[in-house]
Design a protein around this ligand. Structure first.
Ligand code: SF4
Length: 372
């Protein structure tokens, strides 16, 4: 596995020898794209912070991995934390930051002591989150580190211009930073190798390192499912699509099906499970995690859950499916931050590809009522 390789400080030494600008250029040349979900070029982000005239700058390692079904950063922090710390030091050097923060997911607190030992005298502070999904958002992290309630900020200004304490800040994901020393030190570093978190109805869930472009069905085969897989969820925010032999693991191929490749999260759902039940479970998650700041997301996620529970258990009508669809589209278009904007992707794609299951559930309920 590429991500298990070590560089033992040699990449940091090489970066210091190259200088700030050349290190940034090297990361740009190596095409290291962010691994937190958005895929923004890391070198370009660093360059933006480097070019800011402010003297005080910060680097944040986003270790608040909260997307359901995603556990790749946990894997890296457990198996090769040395690489992450070296990546942080290189990033600090490249952008000119005197201080860095590791924003650690509350559930990963058990990793704090090990990280502290590796940090030694470097100016890196660990902040343990309280378990809110919204704090994975880059601007909500800033609020949380500043001691405020974790809620998203309005963009622009972007954190690279006005981030932590109003200063230019680069925020990079754990996997991105772990790849920095590898990209700098190894000539044969492969930017296309990705970590996929595979879970759901498979007997061998886990982390699989595969090149972009691998067939999705080959990854599913590695997970050894017992039953036929009918749907793939790309985490909760990435939406779902029917399992197809031809689909390749590339952002373009998956986007063509209205889904988001994101952080490489694959949740397989087999034919024994109902998409209506999966949608209801995900809706519960978003209703719980909505921070409440804006009305479309706060009220909308509650209404989506109520409608889905009604379809699942009670007294729904076919026209409720249209209401569900309209509401999901409004929430997507009008919510303040990424959480709300993506909270209905799973539902819109489920209604597009698996609408029949929703209609059948409503029909079943109606038939039952008639018999009574
Ligand atoms: S979209 Fe949701 S999570 Fe984002 S600010 Fe609005 S209420 Fe909060």
């Amino acid at each position: 596995m590429q991500i298990k390789k070590q560089t033992k400080g040699k990449a940091l030494a090489k970066a210091k020898k190259l200088g700030q600008k050349a290190t940034i250029n090297l990361i740009k040349e190596k095409v290291l794209l962010g691994r937190g979900g958005a895929g923004f070029p890391t070198g370009t982000k660093w360059e933006m912070v480097y070019n800011e005239p402010e003297k005080e700058k910060y680097l944040i390692c986003n270790a608040d991995e909260g997307e359901p079904g995603t556990f790749k950063d946990k894997f890296i922090l457990e198996k090769n934390p040395e690489l992450v710390i070296e990546g942080i030091k290189i990033a600090m050097f490249a952008i000119g930051a005197k201080k860095a923060f590791i924003y650690l997911r509350g559930e990963y607190e058990y990793l704090e002591n090990r990280l502290k030992k590796l940090i030694k005298k470097a100016n890196i502070e660990i902040v343990v989150g309280a378990g809110a999904y919204i704090c994975g958002d880059e601007t909500a992290i800033l609020e949380s580190i500043e001691g405020k309630r974790g809620q998203a900020r309005l963009k622009p200004p972007f954190p690279t211009v006005k981030g932590l304490y109003g200063k230019p800040t680069a925020i990079n994901n754990v996997e991105t930073l772990a790849n920095v020393p590898l990209a700098i030190y190894y000539k044969d570093w492969n930017p296309n190798l990705r970590l996929y978190s595979l879970s759901g109805n498979v007997t061998k869930p886990g982390i699989y390192e595969l090149p972009l472009g691998t067939k999705l069905c080959d990854l599913i085969k590695l997970g050894k499912p017992k039953n036929k897989i009918k749907a793939i969820y790309f985490g909760c925010f990435g939406g779902c699509m029917p399992h197809c032999e031809k689909t390749k693991l590339t952002p373009d191929d998956i986007c063509g099906k209205d889904c988001i490749h994101g952080a490489g999260t694959i949740i397989a759902v087999d034919e024994k499970h109902s998409i209506v039940d999966v949608a209801t479970n995900i809706a519960k998650f978003y209703e719980f995690e909505s921070c409440g700041k804006c009305t479309p997301c706060r009220e909308g996620t509650m209404r989506i859950l109520a409608l889905l529970e009604n379809i699942s258990l009670k007294n729904a009508d076919m026209k409720d499916l249209n209401t569900l669809q309209e509401l999901a589209e409004v929430i997507k278009e009008t919510s303040f931050c990424g959480l709300g904007q993506t909270s209905t992707n799973h539902l819109l794609t489920a209604l597009k590809y698996f609408r029949k299951e929703f209609e059948e559930r409503i029909k079943e309920q109606k038939d039952r009522r008639r018999i009574r």
